[in-house]
Design a protein around this ligand. Structure first.
Ligand SMILES: Cc1ncc(COP(=O)(O)O)c(C=O)c1O
Length: 371
């Protein structure tokens, strides 16, 4: 039987930089700078520069960064935040943690990102923030969304948790809205050896308050200006991210080449393939194909040793945890169809051409035998 192709191969990534990672972790242990510390501070500077923003505040997760972003913008009980139903649930967690209500807007069928054409009708007097997601690493259409935000005097928070290094009209995403949030969960394009996240902004007052909120609402030890959180990044994660950041561009380029290769090899199959919008340079965090017989195809891939995954099998408005919002099937039909059809194929910088061809061979085998 042909070699298995894992959906994700983190050991392969670590192998290539293992010595540098070991040295960075050893330095943190020698310094005992376990919570924040010099490596985290240096990473904050480097990541802000990479994004092209004034400030980066490191967090213990992307979810925590999103939560604090909404608090900085004054989101609280009784408020609404307009967002997408087709994302990882943490986008909506942040809204719920702030005590506000997620108001969903359906997605665009081509990019599966929040559809700017549907945004304005979701805005009410209670809307406090607009929170779209750069899903799968493909930027959402920033300009029309920013124009609607400006018209209604609403702040924009970019959930860029999957989009490190993605570009919109040639500019790296994460510095156009009021605040953007990133995740450094290990499987992300830029992943820690554990949990991590960041809040990025050009607003100095937001950055200063974010630093206080992540550290128990305090700027002077044991004096607490407001109720805060323990949302600090661990020193070891800052050290690891500092090692990985210089590799990110090369890794993104490799992901983009692989997406291109998949496209070349799969374009004569019945699959709906991801396509970059004219304004976009995707970070290719995920390579998501679509087909109505997705579940059968997934089983065929699983049976033939090709890893694949579903992002995401159930949109947020139909999740049990959000039953109280009162949504029903059919409310966001484009997201619901995407959830039924989406299938994520392996994509990571260490994936080889042989492995890509094996994935394609197994997919073609499925259509050859089942029509
Ligand atoms: C779109 C999106 N938003 C938010 C998050 C939350 O990030 P984290 O897992 O670091 O809390 C993630 C990642 O898991 C994500 O993919």
């Amino acid at each position: 039987m042909a070699d298995k192709v894992p959906y994700l191969d983190l050991p392969a990534q670590i192998r290539g930089i293992r010595k540098e990672i070991d040295a960075a972790i050893a330095r943190t242990i020698d310094n005992c700078s376990f919570c924040l510390g010099p490596d985290v501070a240096q990473f904050e500077k480097d990541f802000a520069r990479f994004i092209g923003a004034e400030h980066c505040v490191a967090f213990n997760s992307g979810t925590s960064a999103l939560h604090v972003a909404l608090l900085l913008l004054g989101v609280g009980p009784g408020d609404e935040v307009v967002t997408t139903p087709f994302t990882f649930v943490a986008t909506s967690w942040a809204i719920s943690y702030a005590g506000a209500k997620p108001v969903y807007v359906d997605v665009d069928d081509a990019t599966m990102n929040l559809d700017p054409k549907l945004l304005e009708r979701a805005i009410t007097p209670r809307t406090k923030v607009v929170l779209p997601v750069h899903l799968y690493g493909h930027p959402f259409d920033l300009d029309p969304i920013l124009a609607i935000c400006r018209k209604h005097k609403l702040p924009l928070v970019e959930d860029a948790c999957q989009a490190h290094g993605a570009k919109y009209k040639g500019r790296i995403v994460g510095a156009s809205g009021d605040i953007s949030c990133f995740s450094f969960y290990p499987g992300k394009n830029l992943g820690a050896c554990g949990e991590g996240g960041a809040l990025v902004t050009n607003n100095s007052a937001f950055a200063a308050r974010a630093r206080s909120l992540r550290e128990h609402g305090s700027t002077t030890r044991y004096y607490h200006d407001e109720v805060g959180f323990n949302y600090r990044m661990e020193g070891i994660q800052g050290a690891v991210l500092g090692v990985k950041l210089p590799h990110l561009q090369k890794w993104t380029d490799a992901r983009r080449r692989m997406a291109h290769r998949y496209h070349e090899l799969l374009r004569d199959t019945p699959l709906q393939l991801p396509r970059e919008a004219g304004y976009a340079e995707s970070a290719c965090h995920l390579y998501v194909v679509r087909h109505p017989r997705r579940d059968e195809l997934k089983k065929h891939l699983d049976d033939n040793g090709v890893g694949c995954a579903l992002h995401y099998p159930l949109p947020l408005h139909l999740q049990k945890c959000y039953a109280a919002l009162g949504h029903k099937p059919g409310d966001f039909p484009v997201a619901e169809k995407a959830a039924r059809e989406c299938l994520s194929l392996p994509i990571y910088p260490e994936l080889t051409d042989v492995q890509i061809r094996r994935v394609v061979e197994v997919i073609k085998g499925f259509f050859a035998t089942t029509g």
